[in-house]
Design a protein. Structure first.
Length: 154
């Protein structure tokens, strides 16, 4: 790829020299424009050579869309956190604790009163709505349950 860019720029400059010396009717401003364009193309080719290639279009480095890209950026620790009893995952407006899904803060509050951990929870923000995330923190505060840590999957 870079070789083709460098070759194109070199050919434009060579054509500019040829036009200047062999074609008497060509105006000097067009020759200068042609040679400047060639020089800029050569500069682009050198930059392509100097900088390393990217990993791909997606964050995972894959160029193909697998259809399951929503989990491609998660670490294995966070992916396994869904079943952990000491972790509250806020995903959009859903709240997950130990494999259970709570849709409202009232459901979460009732669970914490009856069977929740009093030692505290880790909060994981998985593209949570701000309102949902703050509601979870408020419910934990109301129940006097400490927040052990706050993490984000971004």
């Amino acid at each position: 790829m870079a070789a083709a860019i460098l070759l194109t720029g070199s050919l434009l400059i060579a054509f500019g020299f040829f036009a200047f010396h062999k074609l008497p009717g060509v105006k000097l401003k067009y020759v200068r424009l042609l040679m400047l364009t060639g020089a800029l193309i050569i500069l682009a080719g050198v930059l392509v050579l100097l900088f390393p290639k990217g990993k791909g279009f997606l964050m995972s480095g894959s160029k193909a869309d697998s259809g399951n890209d929503d989990v491609s950026g998660f670490d294995s620790d966070e992916a396994g956190a869904e079943g952990a009893e000491d972790t509250v995952i806020i995903d959009g407006s859903s709240i997950l604790i130990g494999g259970r899904v709570f849709k409202t803060k009232e459901e979460l509050s009732e669970f914490l009163k009856t069977g929740g951990r009093k030692e505290g929870y880790r909060l994981i923000d998985r593209y949570a709505l701000y309102e949902s995330y703050e509601e979870v923190k408020a419910v934990l505060r109301e129940e006097n349950i400490p927040v052990l840590s706050e993490e984000s999957t971004e």
